[in-house]
Write a protein that binds this ligand. Structure first.
Ligand code: ADP
Ligand code: MG
Length: 229
């Protein structure tokens, strides 16, 4: 119970902080990005650092977004969407990082899939977070398998399996704690946001891991639920 309370307090602090500074950071950041892109267009070939600058601005932006999301989770807006398209989008976003680390991703779609009722923007965020974690767990390269199928209970099951560093047993309870990270420049916010979004979708999330062997995360989502509109 105390543990829960402590978590809630931490979250409240994060929330207040996010509300107070989120917007303030986002606006100047977006003009910074705009002008950087403009410079890049004006002076192509003169500065190879523009792509990195833009990438880093995006990174700050996504940290701010995570903080703001945790402070004030958005109401989900359910619409029919294709899970294959959501995953394809996720792969396009993470492709560069995967290639850089020598990570390959195989997507295995088992059987015909129906569209699911979801907030596709938010689900994209979920799979980006999970895929990034899988990629970052394999700095020396490796393979990720994404499996998608519909269960007998008519749920969408998505698993993401990597062959990365894994999670030590004594650390597994820390996963999803605000700011828990083992990475040099991690934020420890990704899985919290992920968890929250899946919960909002009335779905389930589980994680199995073996140190030095790899990690498998599973997401289960209802296919049909009441549309909010
Ligand atoms: P971040 O990625 O910023 O560290 P996350 O909330 O996404 O924050 O993850 C928290 C921690 O959980 C990571 O720092 C890492 O220790 C562990 N973790 C999550 N996914 C994996 C994975 N696929 N393999 C190994 N460790 C993982
Ligand atoms: Mg992460």
């Amino acid at each position: 119970v105390f543990e829960e309370l402590r978590k809630k307090e931490k979250l409240a602090v994060v929330g207040q902080m996010a509300a107070a500074i989120g917007h303030e950071i986002r606006n100047p950041l977006s003009s910074l990005k705009g002008f950087t892109q403009l410079q890049q267009e004006r002076y192509p070939n003169t500065n190879d650092f523009y792509p990195i600058m833009i990438q880093e601005i995006d990174r700050i932006n996504s940290i701010v977004n995570d903080l703001m999301y945790l402070g004030k989770p958005k109401a989900i807006e359910l619409e029919k969407a294709s899970i294959e398209e959501i995953i394809a989008y996720t792969l396009s976003i993470t492709q560069q990082q995967a290639e850089m680390l020598g990570v390959t991703v195989e997507t295995i779609i088992e059987g015909p899939l129906s569209q699911i009722d979801c907030d596709d923007k938010q689900l994209k965020q979920v799979f980006i977070n999970l895929l990034k974690n899988a990629i970052e767990a394999m700095p020396e390269g490796g393979k990720i398998k994404i499996r998608v199928k519909v269960s007998k209970e008519h749920k969408m099951l998505i698993s993401i399996e990597d062959e990365g560093c894994g999670i030590a047993e004594e650390n597994i309870l820390n996963i999803g704690e605000p700011f828990y990270t083992t990475k040099k420049d991690g934020t420890g916010l990704g899985l919290m946001v992920t968890n929250q979004i899946i919960k909002d979708h009335k779905g389930k999330f589980s994680i199995q891991s073996r140190l030095e062997k790899g990690t498998k995360v599973e997401v289960e989502l209802p296919i049909n639920q009441k549309l909010s509109k």
